[in-house]
Design a binder for this molecule. Sequence first.
Ligand SMILES: Cc1cc2nc3c(=O)[nH]c(=O)nc-3n(C[C@H](O)[C@H](O)[C@H](O)COP(=O)(O)OP(=O)(O)OC[C@H]3O[C@@H](n4cnc5c(N)ncnc54)[C@H](O)[C@@H]3O)c2cc1C
Length: 553
Amino acid sequence: MAHTIEKLMALSDVVLTDDHLALLAPFGTVHSTRPGDEIFPAGDPESPLVVVLSGQAGIVDRSDGNDTLLRTANAREFVGELAILTGQSSFADCLTREGGEVLVVPRSSVQEIIATIPQLGDVLVSAFAARRQLLLRASSASLTLIGPVTSPRLEQLQEFVGRNQIPHRWLSPDDPVAISVLNRLGANSEAEVWVVVRGQKLLADPTPLKVAKAIGLDLGVCPGTTVDLIVVGAGPAGLSAAVYAASEGLSTVIVDDIGIGGQAGSSSLIENYLGFPTGISGTDLAFLAEVQAVKFGSRISYPREASALSHDGDVFTLRLDDMTDLRGRAVVIATGAKYRDLGLPDQSTFQGVGLYYAATELEARRCRTDDVVVVGAGNSAGQAAMFLSRSVSNVHLICRGPNLERTMSQYLISRLERTANVRIHTGSVVQRIAGGEQLEKVTVRTSSGEDMVIDACALFIMIGAEPRTDWLRGMLELDDHGFILTGADLGPNPSGMIPFQTSHPGVFAVGDVRSGSIKRVASAVGEGAVVVNAVHRYLASRQGAPEAVAANR
Ligand SMILES: Cc1cc2nc3c(=O)[nH]c(=O)nc-3n(C[C@H](O)[C@H](O)[C@H](O)COP(=O)(O)OP(=O)(O)OC[C@H]3O[C@@H](n4cnc5c(N)ncnc54)[C@H](O)[C@@H]3O)c2cc1C
């Protein structure tokens, strides 16, 4: 995906043909414009697609109090970017620079065009996506985050804006620009982190939800209506379910407590996903999936945490943390898992460049002639150590407890003990990690209380993953670790006959949150696609359900 600027410009600078204009005309209304007219303001939740028929329109960013011209549209060009499809408010003002005529096409019609006129829809979607990427690269300041780099609140907000590809810039509190912006807006309280929205509005220590509301990311998921499918979690599994469900005609809403991407969003390079031989970053993969989901008409709502699920007859109600209720005829739970961490300082610095949560051929290849450290005392840690021992110099297996017997299978312990280049360090704890661009050193406090520094290029953290399923206890059957049981794992009952169906008919679980899942991007995506067939079959079995169009595809 990582297109060059030139390629993005080419995709975004579209000149519409006579055919395009003829196809667009019935969907919009023509307005005469004079220089300086506001066509739509920044923050407009319904900013339309604006096609310039004559004259010139401009997109102006006023976020820092000055007018910055972001781009212009001449005759046959159009103003509009991804916000039109995601339901976000416009990031900037649209003004007339030279009088003439514009064709204004409302958002709902843009969705209709994309669904029904592919030769025009594809041009629009490619341009919208390229423009969003250009906005991000220009770091246009529709949001300014001001706070110390060490602040956890700043980190949470950066994860939110980063995962959601919201144009933003970060300023340290002692940066002269930050001081001037805060003075201009009259910051008069002690706050750790300030967020400036479009140069006008100041938020002190806001939550991601507060920021989302301030920039109009309150994604208009109408609580009053009942959709065919609610998907909880917008990682690879949830995004895949949303893409396939929406493309097969189901009205679909997807909610996430942070934003799109899930764990995959924190992977700098996914090298084992089909079709990307040189790898793809998790953010790019998630972004493309989001574009695909909204292209097919899915609505995405974040940052919203699902906190309770109930049902009344055939309708499920999902309660969100802002007390909104979403209603749906079927529910897919795709809330993933969170790998347990060691809580080491500098951990995020080495994510993907020495710090790993899986030991596959990919990671092993990066460590050929070096030592590696594996932390954990369970079978997954033992298997990882055995696997890595075949290709690296030495494997140091670090476990906190006095021995492995309580937590690891005996056969694995015997193999590890018989493998010459595996060193087992019981009663030991990782203290620190260090390096340059790549991890280089792991400091371990040994059972004797001394610090041992291991020259290692990789640290594999294999201390388990935790699902976040507490809110589903009592409604769904979970395994001993809290993962959701589905299909045949539920034993010989009707739910067990349908793949990915949980113990509650109409509620499905896919991806890492499912008991027994393979924790990979590809398997999560695959499960998300396959579950839609089961959803169709379930809906078709209920009265008044939509046609099971995909059941036999
Ligand atoms: C650093 C890292 C690198 C990785 N690299 C690779 C790799 O290279 N190749 C590979 O195949 N796999 C990789 N993996 C594993 C892979 O990312 C996961 O297997 C995959 O993301 C699982 O997808 P998922 O959709 O099931 O869950 P997740 O990706 O975990 O997504 C779940 C989503 O649900 C949200 N959520 C949770 N609870 C709620 C709630 N109550 N309400 C609303 N939303 C909620 C979460 O915030 C999250 O966004 C990596 C994992 C990590 C952590």
